[in-house]
Ligand binder design. Structure first.
Ligand code: NDP
Length: 286
């Protein structure tokens, strides 16, 4: 037991002593961030800007992106550009990568963060919505990756994928969303193996996030679950750190790591705990 305990402690300590990252390495780095008009993506853009990166940001609303770009320039970005795009359109996903690569003369970081809006409620049988969401939240990630890989290979670059605890552990009320996050973990986890076997220069970091205090997330969970949300700017910093130090996986906040570690140890208890942590009143929560 003592030996097992020591192994666990050592494992956890190693897991949490993240390789250090040199902030200077991001000065002038060529970064493309998706879903950067609000939430975590916006905070990612501001951190990269303060570190002196060259940025291209994208989302659907050009007028909001324009304001984020101005703030990035004030904060110290070497360059900051935006391109409006709808990730439900395969051609938009490709042209965003093309635009960033041409404007920045290559790419060092592809940060895939956007998500399409999806209702938070019991599944209503709408398969079409799931199909659309897979296009936005998953297929566009694969498409942008395919387009960016040759450039990233030349620059020793990195792909950073923003995923969720709901892509690792099943929960209620967000089935289409969780489906897209499981798909991301499967795809990029597999691609990590393939790139390693091909001795590729490109690293992939998959980030597992818990509840973060963005407006859209707070609005969704209201009335369903009462748990503390962690700050978006801290989540964004954690993501940047993990990408720059080429970690294969990153977890924020701390409990997401332990939730994944112990996920399958006591499945019945786990499922009871998940179901009991939500409020469900068929009259109120549809
Ligand atoms: P937000 O809803 O705040 O931001 C979503 C971004 O995606 C916006 O910039 C939005 O801009 C853009 N977007 C929406 N639809 C499209 C589309 N069709 N094409 C292109 N861009 C689009 O999300 P969060 O900041 O909360 O989440 C960011 C990431 O973090 C996501 O990957 C999410 O899964 C992950 N995460 C978040 C958690 C949380 O609690 N917040 C928990 C776990 C993971 P616009 O409307 O202008 O297009």
């Amino acid at each position: 037991l003592l030996l097992l305990g020591s192994i666990c402690v050592a494992f956890i300590a190693v897991r949490w002593s993240a390789p250090s990252f040199n902030k200077e390495s991001l000065k002038g780095a060529r970064v493309l961030v998706t879903g950067a008009s609000t939430g975590i993506g916006e905070q990612l853009a501001y951190h990269y800007a303060r570190l002196g990166a060259q940025l291209v940001i994208t989302a659907r609303r050009g007028n909001v992106l324009e304001q984020v770009v101005s703030k990035c320039l004030e904060m110290g970005a070497q360059r900051a550009l935006f391109i409006p795009a709808d990730m439900a359109s395969p051609s938009d996903a490709e042209s965003v990568v093309q635009y960033a690569t041409e404007q920045l003369g290559g790419l060092d970081y592809l940060v895939l963060n956007h998500i399409g809006p999806s209702p938070y409620r019991m599944w209503d049988g709408d398969v079409e919505h799931t199909r659309w969401l897979l296009e936005v939240n998953f297929l566009s990630y694969a498409q942008m990756t395919q387009k960016a890989l040759p450039t990233l290979e030349k620059s020793n670059g990195s792909i950073v994928v923003v995923s969720s605890l709901l892509g690792k552990i099943c929960g209620p009320f967000a089935l289409p969303y969780a489906t897209t996050k499981f798909a991301l973990n499967g795809f990029f986890g597999g691609l990590q193996h393939e790139l390693a076997m091909q001795k590729s220069n490109v690293s992939i970091t998959i980030c597992t996030l818990g509840l973060i205090d963005t407006d859209s997330a707070m609005e969704k969970i209201k009335g369903y679950i009462n748990m503390s949300a962690y700050p978006a700017h801290e989540a964004a910093w954690h993501i940047i750190e993990a990408g720059a130090s080429r970690q294969s996986e990153a977890f924020y906040p701390w409990y997401t790591f332990y939730a994944c570690l112990f996920r399958d140890w006591f499945p019945n208890l786990r499922d009871q705990a998940i179901q009991n942590s939500y409020t469900y009143n068929p009259q109120v929560n549809k």
